[in-house]
Design a protein around this ligand. Structure first.
Ligand SMILES: CCCCCCCCCC/C=C\CCCCCC(=O)SCCNC(=O)CCNC(=O)[C@H](O)C(C)(C)COP(=O)(O)OP(=O)(O)OC[C@H]1O[C@@H](n2cnc3c(N)ncnc32)[C@H](O)[C@@H]1OP(=O)(O)O
Ligand SMILES: Cc1cc2nc3c(=O)[nH]c(=O)nc-3n(C[C@H](O)[C@H](O)[C@H](O)COP(=O)(O)OP(=O)(O)OC[C@H]3O[C@@H](n4cnc5c(N)ncnc54)[C@H](O)[C@@H]3O)c2cc1C
Length: 664
């Protein structure tokens, strides 16, 4: 099939070469080559490719999801993949791998929470798939408030065992992925009691099913919790344990230990047992970039080939991408995807470094990284889901089809604001950190880390610093506005908190009555952080780009900053960081920048370099032949393989013959 000329012209008139930017995104030309080889291995594989998934039943899809998980293992061995190759493969189809939680939570939890003997015993079994596991933390009654977990593990000194039980309905496990039908074991989080003394939430390895028959073991009641919006094959389950006994060495004992005679000791930071969640929050930030890159690619390409209506009366119909309002739906998602790319790269290295320190028992970096990973997980998933919905609607009626590739991406991304810590709750964790830093800054001590800009901003009076027209495209000056806004919102929330407290409210009540402002400040902090990482990326990752490509990546960053101000103008105005005249100039500049980026929109999404067999989209194929692909997909629907369906003889015909009132 030849390439649609409407998309070809976009590529021919771009002002830079997509491939240069692709190399930047991958890190180097060699890395691009390597990724392409790996992507071909997974994209061309019929068991991994998800081309026909939209026509499958739930059970067929589940089976295919198990097969896909196994196939990834085979490919890993066949082609000698490293951990990054494997993670990328998982990332591409995480919503359709039944044993996803085994890989991203069960094994990491043992690695992080187990001691040496436990690693030696359990990791080989898990890595070789001799056992399959889930991460069972959430209960029917509690997901957020972990200190409220009710499943009990009581230590029995006489037998040196833990007895695990579910005292009431609210204490059953509810939601763990792969628990329903696909796990033999669980890393199970339960409240430990020794002689009726509550020793807090601790992790245990519990076998749930017989490895030969797959039947639940005595005392174990397990099953699926029912159909969901998406992620159908991650069979989320429930679990009731009736006095199930496990040996003492099946409590994961890296950070807390129970001796044979029932003595409880702790080592490491108080929240060290929460470390698996931090890893997945980093993974979610990564996945938000992926989802947005997919969505932006599909909708930008479709908008470049879909012609509808006219701008100039009587002139030929225009590409919908030429409508300014369509650009406002599409271009922010391209700019955000690039900003998220820089941010997730930074986050990856930041996490790896801090994790290494934690492994050496240096927990000093924990509060800051907990704040950053919580905040970015929340912020990036909030933005990704909102923008994906805008993108989906930007496809008109075809945005409602499953074959478009964006609908599935959107509904699976919709889980991310909830899983691994509900977003509001995570923003409140960020706010807790903001308040601590504010206190430090107020005493004149230096705030370190990502909030070090507080030191300067808390003292100096605010001026926008926007004097000349050039200032409005100076990303460093724009970043200062964001930092000002964050500090001011933080101060305002802090002042409100103090005022309520001084007026007699207990601290906890004042906190709750300030929580809307606290969350607002936390979001501002996250937005500022992402912009900061985007700017840092310009001078690190993008610096070697040819001039024309660098210019476009720079334009995207300017647009990202300007557009963010227009979206949050209330915060910027209310805190006095800009005035209304400056806002009007910013709005104007953002629109002009959007028009410049429009010219390169297709080339910018081409640079994400997502092959058709992974994009799985009728609307967003590289060749731009959306109508042909839509038609082909409709024709391949199994319901279209028969001219007349059985329902005709059964119901429609009797109705046409006036027999529908008699008993069918
Ligand atoms: C391997 C990569 C593969 C690549 C593919 C990746 C693809 C990714 C896509 C993923 C898609 C789907 C994945 C689906 C999996 C979903 C799995 C789950 O959902 S598992 C369940 C997750 N559950 C949660 O996240 C629970 C949320 N709740 C909490 O985290 C905490 O309870 C809380 C943060 C709400 C607070 O806890 P609490 O005990 O009440 O503590 P306090 O508020 O009193 O705070 C005390 C103190 O501790 C600090 N704290 C809290 N959490 C942490 C932490 N994680 N690390 C470090 N420190 C922490 C907190 O800040 C407080 O500090 P102070 O100094 O006292 O202020
Ligand atoms: C697709 C999917 C997969 C999952 N996989 C797993 C898994 O593998 N393992 C596992 O253990 N769990 C899993 N979960 C559970 C998930 O981690 C929890 O649902 C999540 O942490 C939110 O907790 P919750 O359901 O208790 O929500 P709730 O806490 O009940 O949230 C409901 C509302 O209350 C608000 N709220 C709660 N507490 C506060 C507070 N302190 N301050 C202000 N507002 C508050 C929230 O903001 C939200 O608006 C999964 C969930 C989903 C949807």
């Amino acid at each position: 099939m030849s390439v649609n000329p409407d998309i070809q012209v976009e590529r021919d008139t771009a002002t830079f070469r997509s491939i240069d930017v692709t190399h930047m995104l991958d890190g180097s030309p060699e890395a691009t080559n390597q990724r392409r080889i790996r992507q071909k291995q997974i994209g061309d594989d019929p068991q991994i490719n998800r081309r026909n998934i939209i026509f499958m039943s739930h059970e067929e899809r589940y089976e295919a999801a198990i097969a896909r998980g196994l196939r990834i293992e085979q490919l890993k061995a066949e082609h000698d993949w490293d951990i990054m190759d494997e993670n990328n493969a998982i990332m591409w189809c995480f919503s359709d791998i039944a044993m996803f939680v085994h890989k991203v939570m069960f094994i990491p939890a043992i690695e992080r929470l187990g001691n040496k003997e436990q690693h030696d015993k359990w990791l080989p079994l898990a890595i070789d798939h001799k056992i399959l596991g889930t991460y069972a933390q959430t209960e029917l009654g509690h997901g957020t408030f972990l200190r409220g977990l009710e499943m009990e593990a009581r230590y029995d000194k006489s037998t040196e065992e833990f007895v695990i039980s579910t005292p009431k309905h609210s204490s059953m496990k509810w939601w763990p992925g792969s628990l329903g039908h696909s796990s033999s074991h669980a890393v199970l989080l339960a409240t430990l009691y020794i002689d009726d003394q509550n020793c807090g939430m601790q992790p245990f390895i519990v076998q749930l099913r017989d490895l030969n028959t797959w039947k639940p073991l005595p005392g174990v009641e397990v099953g699926g919790i029912g159909p969901k919006m998406a992620l159908a094959t991650t069979d989320n389950g429930f679990l009731v344990l009736n006095n199930v006994r496990i040996p003492r060495d099946q409590m994961l004992m890296k950070y807390a230990q129970v001796s044979k005679d029932g003595k409880f000791t702790k080592s490491g930071a108080a929240k060290a047992n929460y470390s698996t969640m931090m890893l997945v929050r980093v993974g979610i930030a990564h996945s938000c970039y992926f989802s947005l890159a997919v969505g932006a690619t599909i909708v930008t390409r479709y908008s470049a080939v879909r012609r509808q209506g006219e701008i100039k009366p009587g002139a030929p119909e225009v590409k919908i991408l030429d409508y300014q309002t369509q650009q406002l739906k599409v271009i922010p998602s391209i700019a955000t995807a690039y900003a998220f790319h820089f941010c997730k790269e930074h986050l990856k290295w930041y996490y790896i470094e801090t994790f290494q320190q934690i492994q050496q028992n240096d927990f000093s970096g924990l509060p800051e990284i907990h704040c950053v990973t919580s905040g970015l997980k929340a912020y990036m998933s909030d933005i990704a889901t909102a923008q994906l919905e805008t993108l989906r609607r930007a496809c008109g009626g075809n945005g409602y089809l499953l074959s478009n590739g964006i609908t599935n991406t959107y509904i699976q991304t919709l889980a991310l604001p909830t899983v691994e810590g509900e977003n509001t709750v995570l923003y409140l964790q960020v706010a807790r950190y903001l308040m601590k830093c504010l206190k430090v800054a107020a005493t004149g001590e230096a705030v370190k880390g990502s909030l070090s800009y507080m030191n300067e901003k808390i003292k100096t009076p605010y001026t926008s610093g926007l004097v000349t027209r050039e200032d409005y495209s100076n990303v460093k000056k724009l970043l200062k506005l964001y930092q000002n806004m964050t500090v001011r919102l933080t101060q305002k929330a802090g002042d409100h908190l103090n005022k309520l407290h001084v007026s007699g409210q207990p601290k906890y009540e004042a906190w709750n009555n300030t929580s809307v402002q606290l969350v607002n400040a936390a979001k501002a902090y996250c937005q500022t952080y992402v912009l900061g990482m985007n700017i840092e990326g310009l001078s690190t990752q993008a610096v070697d780009l040819p001039g024309d490509a660098l210019e476009v990546i720079h334009q995207l960053c300017v647009f990202y900053a300007l557009h963010g101000i227009t979206e949050q103008s209330g915060n910027f105005l209310e805190t006095g960081c800009i005035n209304i005249t400056e806002l009007h100039i910013i709005q104007q500049e953002a629109q002009e920048m959007m028009a410049k980026i429009r010219k390169n929109a297709v080339a910018l999404v081409d640079a994400f370099d997502i092959p058709d067999n992974l994009l799985n989209s009728t609307l967003g194929c590289y060749d731009g032949n959306a109508y042909q692909h839509l038609y082909d997909s409709a024709k391949s629907d199994p319901m279209n393989q028969k001219q007349v369906l059985p329902a005709f003889e059964k119901y429609i015909k009797p109705m046409l013959q006036g027999k529908h009132t008699s008993k069918l």
